[in-house]
Design a protein around this ligand. Structure first.
Ligand code: GLC
Length: 548
């Protein structure tokens, strides 16, 4: 008997805008560049804007639509640029403002978009705002940061922990108060309840938007407002050995406060002063909380980053469930998005293995919603073990998990340092770069890079894949299967997330079609009649024949 609950049906109809009404950030693909590691233009060992400029032809060849740059601003680099000392200046390590303008112009000339990182939650401790703020209790900028008297026992004002380890309060001897830092003590949190702070940061946004940048990825946007009463965070009952010290608590009062949505809407208001800009929010929250960041009537972030594919165990049933839960939780009129990796997380090829990373690529690039790719994942780059003495990431140095391994230089070719620099690279390169690099993989139809490029080209060419509806297809065990459809053209995606061969022949759903893309390219063109055999770690995209 057919179980009607498992028969595929489009569940996304209400949020599908009319044809022609899609924006670039809905149809397109975002590529994250970690500027220190993409390409070194002046051979000082650290990547820079000139380097990125020299590699734009590669990104165009790959087929991505938008580039997001992690921070390029003035910074003492305590957290590699996420500690900003001047929000409207380019760090000399990366180049000059002229270099930036040139890059922006060229990105636009090539028909791509440029997204910058905005870090509003905290500045550097070296920012003139903080230097003033800490100079005395009656300084006009005192209230720009979160200063508090000690608790009655002389200790910190509450129990809040820093994401990077230790207490989140730092004692200032000179003025006899504590200041709050969600991250390093070199990254004091701004007081977003202060209207002057709001205006100053909104002006930073206008500065860059006025130059023509196409949007922002807003760093830890869910952190910007803290509980007005600074109540203690409760202990986390699910805390287990091996988790980070920060996870000992539930950050119930230090993050995701109701008033944050006023700030998000305020920022969105600035975006809307310009045409077709995108605001992406970095938010690590469960789905039901995440979707609130679209804001009332979708007046919040355009794309609250969806990290399900990063935070969930790589298990077919969990991933399939999360896709459907996410689809179901999206507010009407909002647009989904998916992220597979970033500069804070172990690389996908390390998390799931080289073979399964191909399936992950197929998943990312066939799901409904804007995909974000992390540089180097398209060549299957893996985390590079960093010898203890060479660790530089403050999270690692503070006893947490080091993020250096996922930030190593891009592997361009087989020359010294993979063509990234002729200087001494700021982080060591992978030992395998002579075999695994862009130049070698470009020529190999079986390479990860060729797979990414084919997936991107197919996604771009087929409206069903970039703007089409999504519906789950019946599947069990290690299989994830779904349909994408637009104007009668239907694709069935079947992915084997396990290592064992599987047969896909669901009782409730018959399919006929042709494989248009496979993680194994040799299968492309194969005709299927209601039966698909997949090897372990294999996935295919099937173009379905129209039903008679
Ligand atoms: C975000 C960034 C991360 C940084 C932190 C503090 O999570 O992605 O790299 O360390 O914010 O700014």
């Amino acid at each position: 008997m057919t179980n009607s609950a498992t028969v595929p049906h489009p569940i996304t109809a209400p949020v599908t805008p009319a044809p022609g009404n899609y924006l670039w950030w809905q149809e397109g693909i975002i590529y994250q560049i970690y500027p220190r590691s993409f390409m070194d233009g002046n051979n000082d060992g650290v990547g820079d804007l000139k380097g990125i400029l020299s590699r734009l032809d590669y990104l165009q060849w790959l087929g991505v639509d938008a580039i997001w740059l992690s921070p390029i601003f003035s910074s003492p680099m305590a957290d590699f640029g996420y500690d900003i000392s001047d929000y409207t200046a380019v760090h000399p390590l990366f180049g000059t403002m002229e270099d930036f303008e040139r890059l922006l112009e060229e990105v636009h000339r090539l028909g791509m978009k440029l997204i910058l990182d905005l870090v509003p939650n905290h500045s550097s401790g070296q920012h003139p705002w903080f230097l003033e703020s800490r100079s005395s209790r009656d300084n006009p900028k005192r209230d720009w940061y979160l200063w508090q008297n000690p608790a009655p026992d002389g200790g910190p004002p509450n129990n809040w922990l820093s994401v990077f380890g230790g207490l989140a309060w730092e004692w200032d001897e000179k003025t006899g108060q504590y200041y709050y830092h969600a991250f390093l003590k070199e990254q004091p949190d701004l007081n977003w309840r202060n209207p002057e702070v709001q205006q100053a940061m909104l002006d930073v946004m206008r500065f860059w938007l006025g130059k023509g940048v196409d949007g922002f990825r807003v760093d830890v946007i869910y952190h910007v407002i803290k509980d007005a009463q600074l109540r203690n965070n409760p202990p986390n009952p699910d805390y287990r050995q091996g988790m980070s010290a920060y996870d000992q608590q539930i950050p119930a009062y230090s993050t995701d406060q109701p008033e944050v949505h006023e700030i998000v809407a305020m920022m969105r208001g600035v975006m809307d002063e310009y045409s077709e800009r995108v605001m992406i929010g970095e938010i690590y929250l469960p789905i039901h909380r995440l979707v609130t960041y679209y804001g009332e009537n979708n007046r919040g972030a355009h794309l609250p980053f969806n990290f399900q594919l990063i935070v969930l165990p790589w298990k077919a049933r969990e991933i399939a469930l999360a896709i459907d839960q996410y689809e179901g939780a999206l507010p009407g009129g909002s647009w989904p998005n998916w992220v597979l990796g970033n500069h804070d997380q172990p690389r996908i090829a390390t998390r799931v293995g080289k073979a399964q990373a191909r399936v992950a690529a197929a998943l990312l690039l066939t799901l409904r919603g804007t995909p974000t790719l992390y540089y180097g994942d398209e060549t299957g780059m893996r985390d590079v073990p960093i010898p203890p003495g060479q660790m530089v990431d403050p999270q690692g140095l503070n006893g947490g998990e080091s993020r250096d391994p996922q930030r190593t230089p891009m592997q361009w070719d087989s020359s010294d340092n993979a063509g990234f620099t002729t200087g001494e690279p700021w982080l060591p390169l992978s030992e395998n770069y002579k075999e695994e690099n862009v130049e070698v993989q470009r020529e190999d139809p079986a390479s990860m890079l060729s797979l990414y490029r084919r997936l991107i080209a197919l996604r771009r060419a087929e409206p069903a894949l970039h703007i089409g509806d999504y519906a789950p297809a019946p599947a069990d065990g290690d299989i994830v299967a779904y349909l994408r459809e637009r104007e009668g053209k239907r694709f069935l995606v079947v992915l084997n997330m396990g290592e064992q061969p599987v047969e896909y022949k669901p009782e409730q759903f018959r399919f006929n079609g042709r494989i248009v893309l496979g993680t194994d390219h040799r299968r492309e063109g194969e005709e299927l009649h209601h039966c698909l055999k997949l090897s372990g770690n294999e996935g295919v995209v099937i173009e379905l024949r129209a039903e008679k």
